[in-house]
Design a binder for this molecule. Structure first.
Ligand code: ADP
Ligand code: MG
Ligand code: ZN
Length: 471
């Protein structure tokens, strides 16, 4: 039997490091009220804009209860903080969306207190899940999305680390509204206020931004060209998982750049070629929200389409389902938007991507035609259930070579290590449903990964998909 870690390794059992101890000390100093309520045990998450701690509180009835304390980076915009809180208070606490218990504020420090949900990381469980687990996981994710989308909330950062999953208890919780935005008709007042703040695209830390200069004048605002400069086949890449490097919370990301100007009257000569001329190099940057993680970004986000809606979350859910069905995580691991777009084209086809981009006013050029792949064949091959197209290669070879995660990302005991288990065990052990994945699963995947946001399935429609019959 596969053993699933039942206790999150950050559960306060391990001894915390000196660094974490210092961070906890810093938090107590920054927000002294915390010490009257919580015993802060450990740090359980750290990103660019927040650190999350595990705190224990003694309840009135003598029980000890666990909470997640999210300490937002002090430079966060007050409206941004308030909007995150509003999403949690208005939409949270039901339908697989995390709720909020309390919020502490001391000067520019803000700590959001949430019920603590024990969970496993995606990497820990992805190899152990049965097909039925996957069906339920995606159903519960879609339920959370339907719920927030009803409020006009676009989450913008749907990925496994923001969808907490407790495999044993079958619990799910969508967290992290730190990048959320409102739809045109959102019910969330603060998300409306945010649209003004988001005019300038926020730098995504560690990311190459090819055209972040804003010249004084636009040459031709009607032509926006997206040029994947690299047509490198992601299938030839091997990705290694890099552990999240803790960023010092006290140093905000600063991305000031000089603004070069452009001579007037220049015309562009590179349209529909795969070069970028000097005129285009200095074009004004298209202003469009571009939050999130490259590998989960929808084509309309990657190409900076200014009209983005709830469909962008659906695309990200599709990428998660692709990971679950193929057993690969991360699936698309791209350091920037153009590589991410190329990887999408490798799976969904370059012609199809170019055509879809046309529907939202973007012109994409790709120097090589990449055929659309059959999703079942792709996923079954990556799972090692099908021989690789290359006769010579064993499933193991193929498994290590294509789109994403190399062995470094494979949790021990995942499907791929069947070879390591005794033969008898493989024979006896049921295949966890992976030998009979219904066509409906790939049909839903195809609709979630619809390149065109206008026709992409909605969360509400997806929940009525035949794949979820009986749930
Ligand atoms: P960030 O904006 O820094 O990504 P998140 O809200 O996504 O912050 O939280 C970061 C991590 O902290 C999550 O991936 C999760 O592991 C942990 N976490 C957040 N909220 C909770 C919670 N309520 N219960 C348990 N763990 C949580
Ligand atoms: Mg997060
Ligand atoms: Zn040009």
């Amino acid at each position: 039997m596969d053993v699933i870690p039942s206790v999150c390794k950050n559960n306060g059992r391990r001894k915390v490091s000196k660094d974490v101890e210092m961070d906890i000390e810093y938090l107590y100093e920054a927000v002294p009220q915390l010490s009257t309520v919580f015993h802060i045990r450990d740090k359980i998450g750290e990103g660019t804009f927040s650190s999350v701690y595990l705190g224990e509180a003694l309840m009135a009835d003598g029980r000890k209860e666990k909470f997640a304390l999210k300490h937002l980076i002090p430079t966060s915009h007050p409206v941004r903080i308030a909007a995150e809180l509003q999403c949690l208070t208005v939409a949270g606490g039901r339908e697989n969306v995390m709720g909020v218990t309390y919020c502490f504020r001391q000067n520019d420090h803000c700590v959001i207190v949430m019920p603590y949900m024990e969970h496993q990381t995606f990497v820990e469980v992805i190899g152990l899940l049965s097909f039925e687990d996957v069906r339920q996981y995606i159903y519960h994710l879609l339920k959370a999305l339907r719920h927030i989308h009803q409020f006009g909330i676009i989450h913008r950062d749907i990925k496994p680390t923001n969808f907490l999953y407790n495999h044993l208890e079958k619990k799910f919780a969508l967290v992290d509204f730190g990048l959320a935005q409102g739809t045109a008709d959102t019910q969330m007042e603060l998300l409306k206020d945010l649209s003004g703040l988001c005019r300038t695209p926020r730098a995504v830390f560690g990311e190459r931004n090819l055209n972040s200069c804003a010249p004084a004048r636009t040459i031709d605002p009607t032509v926006e060209l997206v040029k994947p400069s690299k047509t490198e086949d992601p299938a030839n890449r091997r990705f290694i998982s890099i552990p999240r490097r803790p960023l010092p919370v006290r140093t905000p990301v600063n991305n000031k750049r000089t603004n070069p100007t452009v001579n007037l009257g220049l015309t562009c000569s590179c349209h529909t070629t795969d070069r970028v001329c000097n005129v285009c190099m200095s074009r004004k940057q298209q202003v469009a929200p571009r939050a999130g993680t490259p590998g989960f970004r929808a084509p309309e986000v990657l190409t900076k389409c200014p009209n983005q809606g709830t469909a962008i979350d659906i695309w990200s859910a599709g990428v998660i389902l692709l990971s679950l069905l193929s057993g690969r995580y991360p699936f698309f691991k791209a350091s920037d938007d153009l590589i991410a777009l190329t990887q999408i084209m490798t799976i969904r086809g370059s012609k199809e991507t170019i055509q879809a981009a046309g529907t939202f006013g973007k012109s994409v050029v790709c120097s090589r035609e990449l055929p659309r792949q059959d999703l079942r064949t792709l996923c079954e091959t990556l799972r090692g259930r099908r021989p690789s197209p290359d006769d010579e290669a064993t499933p193991q070879d193929y498994r290590d070579s294509p789109v994403s995660a190399g062995p470094a990302d494979e949790p021990s005991g995942r499907g791929g290590s069947e070879d390591d288990r005794g033969l008898a065990e493989v024979g006896v052990q049921d295949e966890r449903g992976w030998n009979q994945v219904p066509d409906e699963a790939y049909d839903l995947l195809d609709r979630l990964l619809d390149l065109n946001p206008a026709t992409r399935i909605t969360a509400k429609q997806a929940l009525e998909h035949p794949l979820f019959a009986g749930l």
